[in-house]
Design a protein around this ligand. Structure first.
Ligand SMILES: [Zn+2]
Length: 87
């Protein structure tokens, strides 16, 4: 097998691994808005493609007040999903 084919397979495996990891992480974490205090989840796709920094914070937009900020993911999911009836 040519070397580049081997490299492509390794990259594909890494991408799949990352997608699974991110979707698990998105479903087991939530964010808390520093402005209005609203707690909310983000979808796996949004979590994957949103900007991250080296501290693990994600650029997310609060569904309550619309403010976008770099927030650290907090452990635990919120029942009720992104609408976040919990306050
Ligand atoms: Zn907010």
């Amino acid at each position: 097998m040519p070397t580049f084919a081997y490299i492509l397979i390794v990259i594909a495996v890494l991408i799949v691994f990352q997608v699974v990891r991110m979707s698990r992480r998105a479903s087991s974490h939530h964010f808390e808005c520093p402005t209005c205090g609203k707690r909310f989840n983000v979808g796996a796709i949004q979590y994957m493609f949103t900007a991250h920094n080296f501290e693990g914070q994600c650029r997310v937009t609060c569904p309550g007040c619309g403010k976008t900020a770099m927030l650290p993911p907090l452990k635990g999911s919120i029942p009720g999903g992104t609408d976040g009836t919990a306050s």
